[in-house]
Design a protein around this ligand. Structure first.
Ligand SMILES: NC(=O)c1ccc[n+]([C@@H]2O[C@H](COP(=O)([O-])OP(=O)(O)OC[C@H]3O[C@@H](n4cnc5c(N)ncnc54)[C@H](O)[C@@H]3O)[C@@H](O)[C@H]2O)c1
Length: 254
């Protein structure tokens, strides 16, 4: 079960955190993995780790917000069977404290970046007579998270794009689902704690851990296991759905 033998997967932001765990697990399950990362340096650790474990992996320097770059890389990769739209960036702020430049930056990466990869991937999925897409949404797609105006806006769009694509390509054998994690312990979380709460890192880490009713953050491998299931043939009846992986955050926080 859950074999990805003979599958070709693209994972955006596959050099760190959740994307790195997904790339490693997909390669372990037999997929050839193509990581799209901002720089070859940011993909280096993932590529070395996967190669050392006997996996098949390639990295491509790509800013997902740049459509020309995305299109030419997908054309170079050719037919694919799996796309994981994982690359994303964080931002803290309420609507009145979110600057236009920050709003545009978040939209460019977290919304337009997902659109660009979907746009470029569909023709390559067609060449394989179909396949599967997983988009990385968030609990912020579901519930009000304090101080996350731009980020929540973007992740709401990711969930809506998932439904739109699932509907439009169902007859072409393309499934599309999203995953909504609560806090996952990655450089993304460490980075924003260090930047936002200098000197209070340990205290904030504890507080953010406890905001999941289960009492801790997720590990990237736990999210990767869900992505593997959704991208495997075992999940062949699942499309147009979002899967929270949240330690009870959405439904038990009351
Ligand atoms: N960590 C969490 O708590 C959490 C919770 C919910 C959702 N998410 C989502 O999961 C995804 C991955 O998060 P993570 O915590 O692993 O983050 P991370 O910062 O550890 O990794 C993100 C990767 O994306 C790459 N990236 C960023 N912008 C890019 C761009 N424009 N083009 C190409 N690559 C780019 C970065 O270089 C980095 O390697 C994001 O979409 C994030 O919004 C994370």
């Amino acid at each position: 079960m859950f074999s990805l033998q003979n599958k070709k997967a693209v994972v955006t932001g596959g050099g760190s955190g959740i994307g790195k765990a997904i790339s490693a697990l997909f390669a372990k399950q037999g997929a050839t993995v193509h990581i799209l990362e901002l720089t070859s340096d940011s993909a280096k650790d993932a590529v070395n780790e996967i190669t050392a474990n006997g996996g098949k992996v390639f990295s491509h320097e790509c800013n997902v917000a740049n459509q020309q770059e995305v299109l030419s890389i997908f054309e170079k990769i050719g037919a694919i069977t799996i796309l994981v739209n994982n690359a994303g960036i964080a931002h803290i702020g309420k609507v009145d404290t979110t600057a236009e430049a920050d709003f545009d930056r978040i939209m460019n990466v977290n919304v337009k970046g997902v659109y660009n990869c979907l746009h470029a991937a569909i023709p390559q999925l067609r060449k394989s007579n179909g396949g599967v897409i997983v988009n990385m949404a968030s609990i912020a797609s579901w519930v009000g998270i304090p101080d996350r105006f731009a980020y929540s806006t973007a992740k709401g769009a990711v969930m809506a794009m998932t439904l739109s694509v699932a509907k439009d390509y169902i007859e072409e054998n393309i499934r599309c689902n999203s995953i909504s994690p609560a806090r996952v312990h990655t450089p993304f979380v460490d980075g924003f704690i260090t930047k936002t709460y200098p000197g209070k890192e340990a205290e904030m880490f504890e507080k953010l851990s406890k905001s999941q009713p289960i009492g801790r953050m997720a590990q990237p491998d736990e999210v990767a296991a869900l992505a593997l299931y959704l991208c495997s043939d075992e999940a062949s009846f699942i499309t147009g759905s979002d899967y929270p992986i949240d330690g009870g955050f959405i439904k038990l926080n009351n």
